[in-house]
Every structure is written in structure tokens, then in C-alpha cells.
Ligand binder design. Structure first.
Ligand SMILES: NC(=O)c1ccc[n+]([C@@H]2O[C@H](COP(=O)([O-])OP(=O)(O)OC[C@H]3O[C@@H](n4cnc5c(N)ncnc54)[C@H](OP(=O)(O)O)[C@@H]3O)[C@@H](O)[C@H]2O)c1
Length: 520
């Protein structure tokens, strides 16, 4: 696929020349699904319009539904209009992109289910110059991942012989990666039967977000933060992922996953690791992932005998969101009326290493909360404020501490809260915040997380993907909690009304130590 006459923002010129990937075919397994429509095809088209796809490239969609190439292209064009309105669409570039998009019906669950895919891929190798390199994107229910690997192996499309010019296969695996430690290890073993670890890209779309990538830049490219980034200056860290949405018709998926598997095991622990990691020796994928893995290894297992002091789980009941009455979780479609699936989790975690000893990391995530927001808040230790006592009387608690907030969504940016003097003849303190917002600061469109990650995979850069040891240690932390929740002696699930900030027990998790969740 070649792209000429494309208007590229000058700010992206450097990026463009630096990052031309190797030719390949992107094979989307589950191409009739929601993720392909909402994220994957828009991301690929966005990369095409920025000239960020390799010169030899094509897309092959596979799923059960019967469709012609033309029908698939039309439905993808409609999806781009519907879900990617921020993209500049023009018919001429779409036609050129669409001429490299193909579709075949397949059944991943049965032997031979890839049908004519191997023949099609070799035809496309000649037609589009893909050099036999294939990226397999698993965009189906996780229960099919092992069968997909079987289909890849039986078609001879898995690991190739070593050699610099030998064609390569890569596989992108969507979350959730396993449902507990045992199934994650089993899946890993199966994938490794057909792919080397360097060919496996476990996607965590949080890592594709600009602010998340900016955590490393903020910490390691600025001299002012890193000296303070430790137990001597930081009181605690709060990481919040709040959604006003409920399960949105995905009740059957959520019943099996729950919030812990859906959000904490992957996205939230990645955010903890990025916030807590040591500086890597280089920006190389392995160096960065080594440091994240060390954080996970230093994470203290939750004391299951006192689980209520470390973990809270909740489930939403009916309530009000943005002036609308919404049903409780148990009233949602495909959800059991007696379900004990958690839609909210809060945890207190400790990282037992030199930098973080004694500093709690409070992590909360939930659905149907009061507001949709994801952020990492670094709360520093308070300055002694006695000097300004007359400014606020006895209510010293009303002031401080300094907080550095990394806003991940919806408004990606950074803010720092600090004390200032209110203008006037007497010294009165005011807390203000210094804000930086991605949307306004650069005046360019930020790439979507999938755009960034799909491109990185085509480039063979796995820095922003989860490595096997990270996944394993995250399950080692989470699996015992999930098992304990099955124990009849375990404190039960707490309810919370939709539109609130979760169950009261979540406030007690911090309150017991004289701290509070931030008001967002
Ligand atoms: N949707 C999102 O926004 C989102 C976000 C983050 C992560 N994810 C993850 O991405 C993955 C895909 O999610 P999704 O929402 O796109 O799922 P989905 O809408 O249910 O789509 C699943 C796809 O798999 C195909 N499929 C199912 N069984 C098949 C079989 N035996 N053989 C061939 N194809 C088969 C379906 O084909 P037919 O329709 O033709 O039957 C469909 O195209 C999941 O792991 C999910 O957790 C999704």
C-alpha cells in the first residue's frame, strides 16, 4: 500500500520518517465484532492517512459471518464515520485504503477452520508485497484464543525458521489474558508453542494513551520530580478509574470477568508499575519492562486473613446518573438476579522496596460511579503550616497537601496543586492548580491508543505491551483474592447506589489511616 499526496501535520514529520514499519498483512480474527468496528479499522485508516503504514500492507478480516470483501469494506467505512468522527475522512484516500482490505468467513473453533486464509495470504504476499509477514490480531472472546493458536499452527503460519530475512508472524492478544494464574499460564504455554515471546504482543490499551506514556517522560526527563518521588516526600498515591457507564449490554462478559479481572489485573496494575518503577537503563522494550516486572515482584501479597483492611468489593444498585434513573447491576440484561460479581473494587497495595516502603497505593475502579474520570494522584507529605495558622484558624486540614495529578481520561493532562497568597493586605492562603492539557497545549490530534499500539506492533516494538512475567505476577497478586472471595467466611460484597462514589467500606479503607479519597 503506498500513500502519496497525504497532508501530514509538520509536527508529525519526524515521527513519520523515523517510524516506517516492515511490510506485513494484518489478519483480524473476529473482524465482525465491536472492537474491530470501534477501534481497529479506524486506527488502521488513521495510520494510513498519516503515511505510517509500511509500503507493503493489507488487512484481512475473519469471522463467522458470511460477507464479501465489498460488504466488509462498506461496513467498515460506516463504522469510521460513526466511531471516529475526529478523523479527517476523504473518499479518495478511503478508496485506496479499502482496496487493500479483504474479508473471509472462518470458524476458529474447528480444525481447518481458517479455510482459504493460507492461500489468500500467499496471494496477497505477491499482490501487496507483504513479504509473508503476518500480524494476527485476536479480537474474539478470550475463550477462542487457544483455538486460534491451533489454527495458526496447523496452517503453518506460526513461528518461522530463524534468519534475518525470514518472514515473521506476530500475535496480538486482547485482554483479559486468562481468568486466573492457572489459566493465564496455560494460555501462555499454548501461545509459546507457536510464537516466541518476542512475537507476542499482549495489548493493554491503557498503555497506548498519551498521558500514560508521558508518565515516564514526566518522571525521567525532568529534574524536579524524581528527587521527590519516594517515601521521604510522598504520603500516598491514589489511582482512580471511575465510569458512569454500567455494563452496556455486555452483562454475560461482565458476569464472568467482574471489575477485578476487567480493570485491576491489567490496566490498574500497569499504572501502579509505571508510577512506581525505577528509571530503566534505556528506552528499549526489555529495559522498561524489566523495571515494571521488578515493581510487581516487590508488591506485597494481600493479607487474606485481614482482607477487609486491604480490599473492598461492591456492586451497584439502582440510582441516578446525570439526572437519569438507572437500573441496578442485578437488573441488567444477562446478569443473574443473585449475582455476586463485583462492579467496584478498591485496594490498598504496598511495594516493599527501598523507594516505596510504607507508602500505600490506593487503587479504585468502578462502574456507575458519580463521574467518568481516570487519574493518578501523587499526594505529597504536608508542609508544616503553623507559620500561616492565622490564615485558616485551626482547620489546618483544609489546606494541603501538594498533589500532582496525571489525568488519563477524559481530559488528558497534568495538574499540580500548590499554595499561593490571596491578593490583599493580610496573608491568606489559597490552593490553586497549575494545569497542562494535551488537547490545547499542542494543537495536534493525539493518536488513539489503538493507533499507537497497532503501529508499535507493526514496528516490532513491544515496550507498551505486557510481558509474560508481568502478567504472571499480576495474577499471583490477584488470584488469591478472587479465591478468597469464594470463601463463605470472607466479608460479603457491599452495595452502592449508582451515581455515588462506591460503597462506604471504600472510604473506611483510607479513613482508618486518617486519609480520604480525593473529591473528583
Ligand atoms: N469492544 C471493545 O471496545 C473492547 C475493548 C477492549 C477490549 N476488548 C476485547 O476485545 C475482544 C473482542 O471484543 P469484541 O467486543 O469485539 O467482541 P464481539 O463483538 O463479541 O466480537 C467477537 C467476534 O468474534 C467472532 N467469532 C466468535 N466466535 C467465532 C468462531 N468460532 N469463529 C470465528 N469467529 C468467531 C464473531 O464473529 P461473528 O460476529 O461473525 O459471529 C465476532 O466477529 C474481547 O477479548 C474483548 O474483551 C473489546
Amino acid at each position: 500500500m503506498s500513500q502519496s499526496q497525504v497532508v501530514v501535520n509538520p509536527l508529525q514529520e519526524g515521527l513519520r520518517s523515523e517510524r516506517a514499519g516492515e511490510p506485513c498483512a494484518m489478519v483480524i480474527l473476529g473482524a465482525h465484532g465491536d472492537l474491530t468496528k470501534r477501534k481497529l479499522l479506524p486506527a488502521l485508516y488513521a495510520l494510513f492517512t498519516q503515511d505510517l503504514l509500511p509500503p507493503g500492507f493489507c488487512v484481512v478480516g475473519l469471522s463467522r459471518t458470511q460477507m464479501t470483501d465489498e460488504q466488509f469494506r462498506t461496513s467498515m467505512e460506516e463504522s469510521i464515520h460513526k466511531y471516529a468522527s475526529d478523523l479527517k475522512f476523504d473518499n479518495e484516500s478511503w478508496e485506496r485504503f479499502a482496496s487493500c482490505v479483504y474479508y473471509r468467513s472462518a470458524n476458529f473453533g474447528s480444525p481447518g477452520g481458517f479455510g482459504e486464509l493460507p492461500a489468500l495470504l500467499s496471494e496477497l504476499e505477491t499482490k501487496h508485497g507483504t513479504r509473508g509477514n503476518n500480524v494476527f490480531y485476536c479480537s474474539t472472546s478470550p475463550s477462542l484464543y487457544m483455538s486460534i493458536v491451533d489454527r495458526i499452527s496447523e496452517s503453518g503460519l506460526g513461528t518461522r525458521k530463524a534468519g534475518t530475512n525470514a518472514p515473521w508472524p506476530r500475535i496480538i492478544v486482547e485482554k483479559p489474558f486468562g481468568t486466573n494464574l492457572e489459566t493465564a499460564l496455560e494460555l501462555d504455554e499454548h501461545i509459546h508453542s507457536a510464537f516466541a515471546e518476542s512475537q507476542v504482543f499482549r495489548i493493554d490499551h491503557y498503555l497506548g494513551k498519551e498521558t500514560v506514556q508521558n508518565i515516564m517522560v514526566l518522571r525521567f526527563a525532568n529534574a524536579i520530580f524524581e528527587p521527590l518521588w519516594n517515601r521521604n516526600h510522598i504520603d500516598h498515591i491514589q489511582i482512580t478509574n471511575a465510569e458512569t457507564l454500567g455494563v452496556e449490554g455486555r452483562g454475560s462478559y461482565y458476569e464472568e470477568a467482574g471489575n477485578m479481572r476487567d480493570m485491576i489485573q491489567n490496566h490498574m496494575l500497569q499504572l501502579v508499575a509505571l508510577t512506581a518503577m525505577e528509571p530503566p537503563i534505556s528506552m528499549d522494550a526489555e529495559a522498561t519492562r524489566d523495571e515494571k516486572a521488578k515493581v510487581m515482584r516487590a508488591m506485597r501479597p494481600v493479607d487474606l486473613n485481614n482482607i477487609d483492611k486491604y480490599v473492598v468489593r461492591g456492586q451497584y444498585t439502582k440510582g441516578w446518573i446525570n439526572g437519569q434513573e438507572v437500573p441496578g447491576y442485578r437488573e441488567e440484561k444477562d446478569v443473574s438476579p443473585t449475582s455476586t460479581t463485583e462492579t467496584f473494587t478498591a485496594l490498598k497495595l504496598y511495594i516493599d522496596n527501598w523507594r516505596w516502603a510504607g507508602v500505600p497505593f490506593y487503587v479504585r475502579s468502578g462502574k456507575r460511579l458519580a463521574k467518568s474520570v481516570t487519574e493518578i494522584a501523587i499526594e505529597f507529605k504536608k508542609a508544616p503550616l503553623k507559620l500561616f495558622a492565622q490564615s485558616f484558624g485551626e482547620d489546618e486540614d483544609a489546606f494541603g497537601p501538594n498533589v500532582l495529578v496525571l489525568n488519563i481520561q477524559p481530559d488528558e493532562g497534568i495538574s499540580l496543586k500548590f499554595a499561593t497568597k490571596q491578593p490583599g493586605p493580610v496573608t491568606r492562603l489559597r490552593w490553586l492548580s497549575m494545569d497542562f492539557k494535551y488537547g490545547t497545549a499542542f494543537g495536534v490530534r493525539s493518536p488513539s491508543a489503538y493507533e499507537r499500539l497497532v503501529h508499535d506492533c507493526i514496528m516490532g516494538d513491544s515496550t507498551l505491551f505486557a510481558r509474560t512475567d508481568f502478567v504472571e505476577s499480576s495474577w499471583k497478586l490477584i488470584s488469591p483474592i478472587l479465591d478468597k472471595w469464594q470463601d463463605p467466611d470472607c466479608p460479603p460484597l457491599d452495595e452502592y447506589p449508582s451515581g455515588s462514589w462506591g460503597p462506604e467500606s471504600s472510604d473506611r479503607l483510607l479513613g482508618a489511616e486518617g486519609r480520604k479519597w480525593r473529591l473528583l
